[in-house]
Design a protein around this ligand. Structure first.
Ligand code: GLC
Length: 660
């Protein structure tokens, strides 16, 4: 059952599809004080699931989280805000229910941070809708919520292939080299990503004519080899006379305005930019149609970036900061001045005050950006997705975004934002998956190998052994870091085998993805969602159920050659060195230590279940989706979902067959 409670005048977020009647009675479970803060007393054994892309564990208890979409590539345990705002939680325990705080601005979730046994939720302003969901259990509550927010985006089939990305591929030759090296090493590859360097001076929808003289030719040449190019699009539009996107945006008032009614200026990669006002339907249409410049060159996928929006600095704050620094530099800089100096410089990027300084035009009325901040990235992806349905009505386009709000899951996927080549970020990515699935984000994954800092061969192998299960499977790294294309490592074959195994698993992963999207299920679940009464399952933070058949328990610690695993029921341990070389062993319910050599992948098949397993191919279009065998308990069957992988409506070509 879903009940809706409205406070003040909420800004319409479009997270929820259709209309839900307001409940007549008082808000259950929570107390709400005069300040507008919601409180809930947590029982000792209560678990709080959700919040999607956030730091810390699967159980969010014990920290304060702030939904405020924010670019923080160095996030750690003490971070409070990341790239997405996913304000849905499920409280599981004494009372089990779901709660969605549908609010476009900043909202704090103090989940046993100030007081261990109290959860406090406080929006910046008291204009919001709260949805309370009760049901049979956590899975049922999550399913009801998913039906409320609408069907999740389904990408084209090829998007399940492996992708290679790096900020730093400078020209056509660099791209050709990546493709050739992957082929030479016999590693499957479906996509190569184009980061900002393909553009002319970082201008959206342009292609640098010197470095990429014939992108159309390059796109078709690579497509003939089964590889798609996926360019980045940034939110900020470069201010440059004669640049059509800039000129048109100014002319039609499609950019966000400052308090004086002028187009607001921030600075990102291109230098000074204006930010499209994605909250205006007309601006969305206009910006969305620009993607045609690239689809016209044969492009079939995009990633939308910097759309929190990230602001490196604003000119007035920069000027003030420089003036202050000059004052400081004139004197003898003591320790206090030194800290003031470094603080001012660090505070330029994503300064909260800057988000108060610009406005959206909502039906002719100015709305301060900070009040609707968390909707910006979602509406950028929506702009692209809606326009591309018109531009390419017959084709599914790959989309994913960095920033998001619930609702964006209908238009595209998300990657889990900038991370680092830290072992902790393997676990962090995994711990976000259930919360993301609860919020509708199924097509997701981390920058495999880590974006910032330098990875190592062993870390990359362990990361692959986790990421090969995530729908979005992309190796991405930042300029200036160590190269991490798989052919750069000594033990190329170990990495290649992991990618081959991924390709053998694609029929299964795609089938489970379709089921999750079409039936509003979670593809990745905490163990306790299926074993709610098992106290150990309720505490397990580093294993997940995948679909109805698998449990994953990756190794995510440096130098570890195995790990402890908890089995909530008897399961089959599968240990794979290569796609055609593996062992299986039935393990009873309980605690186990499992050996996992560096070149080995382990996963578990649930009791009396089996999964379809195929054969590798150099890319998804060469996969034989029929040539599958069942891997798992003898005598079990599997229900395989498949479709053509490209038409807009997956149901038009959906087939469901039973493999036994
Ligand atoms: C941002 C993105 C990252 C990209 C970089 C350069 O940091 O999150 O993925 O590589 O910008 O475009």
């Amino acid at each position: 059952m879903i009940r809706k409670y409205v406070y003040g005048t909420p800004f319409p977020t479009d997270a929820v599809m259709g209309s839900v009647e307001e409940a007549g009675e008082e808000l259950p479970f929570f107390e709400r004080d005069e300040s507008g803060m919601f409180s809930y007393r947590l029982d000792e054994n209560d678990i709080v699931y959700g919040l999607g892309e956030q730091v810390r564990g699967i159980n969010k208890r014990g920290w304060q989280y702030i939904s405020w979409n924010f670019d923080n590539p160095n996030h750690q345990e003490d971070t409070r805000s990341l790239y997405g705002a996913h304000n849905f939680i499920i409280i599981s325990g004494e009372q089990t229910f779901g709660a969605f705080f549908d609010y476009a601005g900043k909202i704090e979730f103090d989940i046993g941070y100030t007081n261990r046994s109290v959860m406090r939720i406080k929006p910046a302003q008291n204009d919001l809708a709260v949805y309370i969901i009760t049901g049979e259990n956590e899975k049922d509550i999550a399913g009801q919520f998913r039906r409320l927010i609408g069907r999740s985006y389904i990408p084209p089939f090829w998007a399940f292939g492996y992708g290679q990305s790096r900020w730093g591929y400078r020209n056509e030759q660099d791209i050709r080299t990546v493709a050739a090296q992957y082929q030479a090493a016999d590693i499957p590859l479906d996509s190569i990503y184009l980061d900002i360097d393909y553009m002319e001076r970082y201008k959206d929808f342009t292609v640098d004519p010197n470095r990429f003289p014939d992108l159309k030719q390059l796109t078709s040449e690579l497509k003939a080899q089964g590889i798609r190019l996926v360019p980045i699009i940034d939110a900020g539009v470069k201010i440059e006379e004669g640049y059509d996107v800039y000129e048109e945006g100014v002319q039609h008032n499609y950019f966000c305005k400052d308090a004086g009614g002028n187009d607001f200026v921030g600075a990102v990669w291109p230098g000074r930019v204006h930010f499209p006002d994605f909250l205006q339907p007309e601006a969305r249409k206009w910006f969305g149609r620009k993607y045609a410049a690239l689809t016209g060159l044969g492009i079939e996928g995009f990633w939308n970036d910097m759309n929190e929006p990230a602001i490196f600095y604003t000119e007035d704050r920069l000027a003030d900061t420089c003036a202050e620094i000059q004052k400081l530099a004139a004197g003898n800089m003591g320790i206090n001045e030194y800290f003031a100096f470094t603080g001012m410089v660090a505070g330029l990027n994503g300064n909260p005050g800057d988000y108060d300084k610009f406005y959206h035009n909502v039906n002719g009325k100015p709305v301060r950006h900070s009040e609707v901040h968390n909707l910006y990235g979602m509406n950028m992806t929506r702009a692209a997705a809606e326009a591309l349905r018109e531009i390419c009505p017959d084709k599914r386009i790959l989309f994913f975004s960095r920033s998001s709000y619930i609702g964006a899951h209908r238009y595209g996927g998300i990657w889990q934002g900038d991370n680092k080549s830290w072992w902790s970020h393997i676990l962090q990515s995994m711990q976000q998956l259930p919360g993301l699935n609860m919020a509708g984000f199924l097509f997701t994954g981390a920058d495999t190998g880590g974006f910032g800092s330098d990875t190592t061969e062993d870390q990359m192998l362990r990361w692959l052994q986790y990421s090969l299960f995530t729908p979005l499977f992309r190796n991405h790294s930042a300029e200036g870091t160590r190269m991490q294309e798989l052919y750069c490592f000594d033990n190329v074959n170990a990495a290649a085998e992991m990618i081959r195994i991924r390709y053998c698993l694609i029929p299964y992963l795609y089938s489970e993805f379709l089921k999750a999207a079409l039936l509003d299920n979670m593809m990745f679940r905490p163990l306790a969602f299926d074993f709610p009464k098992d106290p150990m399952a309720r505490q397990t933070e580093d294993q997940l159920l995948l679909g109805n058949e698998l449990m994953i328990a990756p190794v995510y610690r440096q130098n570890a050659l195995g790990r402890s695993v908890y089995l909530p029921e008897e399961m089959m341990l599968v240990t794979m060195r290569s796609w055609d070389q593996y062992t299986t062993e039935i393990l009873p319910r309980g605690h186990h230590y499992v050996d996992v050599a560096l070149e080995e992948l382990v996963f578990f098949i649930r009791r009396n279940k089996a999964i379809p397993f195929g054969k590798p191919a150099s890319h998804t279009s060469a996969l034989d989706r029929e040539d599958l065998h069942l891997l798992g308990y003898p005598g079990s069957a599997y229900e395989l979902y498949a479709d053509d992988g490209c038409s807009l409506d997956p149901e038009s070509s959906l087939t469901v067959s039973t493999l036994c």
